[in-house]
Ligand binder design. Sequence first.
Ligand code: MOS
Length: 690
Amino acid sequence: MSELLRATAIGTDLTRVEGPAKVRGRAPYAYEHPLEEPLHLHPLCATIARGRVSSIDASAASALDGVVRVITHHDAPRLADTDDGELAILQDERIGFRGQYLGAVLAETPEIARQAADLVVIETDAEHHDAEFRPDHPGARAPEGGADDVRTGQFDTALAAAEIVLDQRYSTPIEHNNPMEPHTTSARWDGDTLTLWTSTQGAHPAKQTLAPILGIDPERLRIISPHVGGGFGSKGLPHADMMLAALAAQVVPGRAVKYAVTRQHMFAVTGYRAPTSQHVRIGARVDGTITAFGFDAVSMSSRTKEFPEQAIKPARQMYAGAHRHITQRVLPLDVAVPSWMRAPGEAPGMVGLEIAMDELADACDLDPIELRARNEPELDPDTGLPFNQRRLLDCLREGAERFGWAERDPRPRSHHQDGWLIGTGVASATYPAFRQPGSKALIRSVASGYEVAIGAADLGTGTWTALTQVAADALEVEPEQIQLAIGDTALPHATVAGGSTGLASWSAAVITAGRAFRREHGTSPAVGAESTGEAGKNPAAQELAMHSYGAHFGQVRIHEPTGEIRLDRMLGVFSAGRIINPRTARSQFIGGMTMGVGMALHEKGELDPRFGHVVNHDLAEYHVPVNADIREIEAHWLDEEDPQAGPLGARGIGEIGIVGAAAAIANAAHHATGVRVRELPVFGDAFLPR
Ligand code: MOS
């Protein structure tokens, strides 16, 4: 167990240290870095879902005043490695999905670039494409790298013999990351060195991915990303937009190329959450004890690059049940490449599982919280390991208390008010606690205090602030004495802000460096004294099943004559280890819960199988929740620390807020109306008479 860092600055609600710079416009986002006479890029994109480019006529575009270059697969720089189908753009004439990059126009202004792109005539030979996701498609198969199925005991026999059997299918749609700041990259080659000013959740990981594909030494690629205007996973892995900027800049050496992906095009090229179908089969005794547990998920993937949306992940560890059958399949189609979106796997997977648990509670005539209490596993059913701090029931019980769950009449349609049916629902939350090894930190004493350098990322989530607090406690000084530097590959290596691992992983390096600094230089160091630290592996991760837990409670009202559905209130209670900054943490939790509301009630990418693209590709037609949709939202957390998680005692909070939130709302809608919706989002027409 690590020696826990003593909390002095940690736990205080320090306001965002970069806040004043942001409101004064002095904190540059990716597009805003001042670069001399940049060129502006507008992409050329595929308008068919599958086929080949047969000809490109760029003469009219090239003739336009202000156009500097048009590049296509004919003249784009060659990549050293084309194995990554998403990133290997402009290398040949093949088209794998609608919206895929086929080229780029470089011009003196963004307007000219866009106009010129419209003038490029691209002829294509279309091939038959398949862009219709259906779970019984014969093309569904185990993910690349092999199936990771769970088959424990005699599932079929136990299910057949069960007193109560639940057998239902649930589905979640395509969902899109919509950070306020679109994906943006400025690129410039100076000799054999490439600099990217971009918006990324991990500067160093992006460098490690892109450099070998470009065929350059990673030391010749610098990525600068001090401020990120939202990243929910779509900025976690580098997408082809960064590659396009890098390739385009290569043909105009010494000149910067600026590229901001349009909101519409973000629906095709920057990753999205794949739709899933979930078949849940649970056998239980009449007292609610689960005997057989089955969860079979299929997710859509892309023939251009595989990405399994692992909806089975939470089913592996959430509840007891001796006989288990859990499988994940993918269906690769001629569609854009899916990728990470907040709590990949867990967020959709807990929709089917937690609605199923609500249905099972009904079937057993049990309170849904009591049902979960009766199915708490002793050990992790997945690994057989003990849990670190499994406080699911504490979260459910504290949430029930705060929400007023005891006053609820469990019968559906039992609460009415002025033509509205009112219902409440509950669901569990979970997310694994990882800590990534390999981040490094450098601490140097300066006249005014200490410079702390690490290539970490702040997605708007509070890294600048929280890591300042951690560094202050590691050095046992005030936060005002810390000058943090993050978001640059010129700084020591840092792992990605992904999988809710960021702060715990980077802090392990900062704490190690801080402790080393005091050991090596004492409390009155000379100016210029330096120490480094590196985050190691968490040895506890081998011996314990490390997860966070939580509970969501929601109340909705449904207008009987019209089916209009409104969220009245949301409450979340989380067990996530130590909370570093309650101000930024609360924001993370309610941000996740708000995205859960989006999953429940608003968000659905409509894939048109005729064309293979998402047609509602803007914020007018793809709805995300706004303030008027949220009303009352509260997040609380258990007062705890988790020394098994590392010296910070924290397990990460970026994702757990979204997990289970949608199911709590769907369950509330059932309680209100008696209608069980198993397909997200829950639209009001489900409640109208048929
Ligand atoms: Mo997040 S989906 O872990 O980048």
